[in-house]
Design a protein. Structure first.
Length: 441
């Protein structure tokens, strides 16, 4: 920290994030891991669709396998994240296990034993690691980055995801063309291992001893109670559930739809996803600036107006390849800006509004709901694709995506939308307290 005089007072100015060693390692870990994951996000379903000839329902199960762990271990992992003081070793172990599991896929392919159940099992194990990692990551971020810099830090992570979405699909297409889809998954396996090494290099002390309550069941219930009773956090959670269940349904059908209906070559299937990355990168640049000018509530309200564009553009796509790629690419840029602005503001709101000692549980409860519904969305997409056909199923998702707009605009977020200078918190509701806090008041 460095000091300067401002209006006759001493003001401590935080060191810029780019100059903070530990944040750079944390940022680098996510950059490496997310780029590899973007390769697998295309290569895994392409392996199932082209190499193993998966049906739409099998594609739905594969999509669900990576998100079902949020329903299975999401809540307990959040309670453990609040209990355990040293979270970084757990995060490192998650990345290592995920890396070894991912590497098993190309090994099985080269050995001639890869099957759809193998892919599903690998997706499930990596999903479990991702759930635990995310539950521990948010409380860990609070030990690395000071509160005034957390919005900027979250925007920095969103820029990581966006860069990965820009470079990942192109890299995936090149690797799929040169090595085949199963072998391209090697990149993600090595990226997990590299991420684990970056996490081990972080030196920030984790001094928290963790919290222990009457039992893990009651601790989980407390996190859920905070989430369901806080009007703004509840609204953000419901909006995320709507978008993610529909996004998972679309994802379960998109690769098959792009290859069999739109006629896109395998190496071009992921190109349009780069548009989302471009928009996300722009959104990570704009989010802190828009928040400072308009306040988090207004940014949240504005961003959801653009969420349905990607769903509608996908369902409506037709014509020559160049037109389809252009249509989807532009829609993905717009959606990327909106989604990242929403995510940054929602993440900062959650970190601020969650009571002390409960951030891990509140975050895990949110992830349990928001990510857990993706398992149901994957299955829903597969069933709709089988019963209605690919394009009609996508149109059902596009129509349903409009629900996210009234979800926020009829909530307390609209009533509390004020310019940033007048807005201390996006909620006028009394801040929920943990049991220990309540006993002191």
């Amino acid at each position: 920290m460095k000091e300067s005089l401002h209006d006759g007072r001493d003001v401590r100015m935080p060191i810029p994030l780019r100059r903070q060693r530990d944040y750079r390692f944390l940022w680098s870990a996510r950059a490496i891991s997310e780029t590899g994951s973007e390769v697998t996000r295309l290569a895994m379903p392409l392996t199932a669709a082209t190499a193993l000839h998966a049906s739409p329902i099998q594609m739905g199960v594969l999509t669900a396998a990576s998100t079902f762990p949020y329903l299975l271990v999401g809540l307990p992992s959040g309670a453990l994240a609040d209990r355990i003081g040293r979270r970084r070793p757990v995060m490192t172990a998650c990345e290592t296990v995920a890396g070894l599991t991912t590497l098993s896929v190309p090994a099985a392919w080269l050995g001639g034993v890869l099957t759809i159940p193998w892919l599903i099992a690998a997706a499930f194990v990596v999903g479990v690691c991702a759930v635990v990692f995310r539950s521990f990551n948010t409380p860990h971020l609070a030990t690395v980055v000071a509160e005034p810099q957390r919005t900027a830090a979250l925007a920095g992570f969103q820029s990581v995801y966006s860069v990965a979405q820009i470079s990942g699909p192109g890299l995936a297409g090149l690797l799929v063309a040169l090595l085949t889809a199963p072998v391209a998954i090697l990149v993600n396996g090595f990226s997990f291992v590299a991420s684990a090494l970056c996490l081990r290099a972080i030196r920030a002390p984790e001094r928290e001893a963790g919290t222990r309550g009457a039992g893990i069941g009651r601790e989980i219930a407390e996190g859920l109670r905070i989430l369901t009773r806080h009007p703004v956090l509840r609204t953000l959670c419901v909006a995320g559930m709507i978008v993610n269940v529909l996004g998972a349904a679309q994802l379960a059908l998109y690769v098959v739809f792009a290859v069999r209906v739109l006629g896109l070559p395998g190496e071009l299937v992921g190109v349009t996803a780069a548009g989302f990355g471009v928009g996300g990168l722009l959104g990570s640049f704009l989010a802190p600036r828009l928040t400072r000018r308009y306040g988090e509530s207004r940014v949240l309200l504005g961003s959801v107006l653009f969420f349905p564009i990607g769903f509608i553009a996908t369902a409506a796509a037709h014509g020559p390849i160049w037109l389809v790629i252009g249509q989807l690419g532009v829609a993905e840029v717009i959606t990327g800006v909106a989604v990242v602005c929403f995510s940054v503001c929602a993440g900062a709101t959650t970190m601020r509004e969650a009571p002390a000692g409960l951030l891990g549980r509140v975050n895990a409860s949110t992830q349990f709901a928001v990510q857990g519904v993706m398992a149901l969305g994957g299955l829903l997409g597969g069933m709709l694709g089988e019963s209605l056909g690919l394009r009609p199923a996508l149109w059902v998702g596009a129509a349903a995506s409009l629900l996210v707009i009234p979800c926020l605009w009829l909530s307390p977020i609209r009533r509390d939308a004020r310019p940033a200078g007048e807005e201390h918190s996006p909620s006028t509701a009394r801040r929920p307290q943990s049991a220990p806090e309540a006993s002191r008041t």
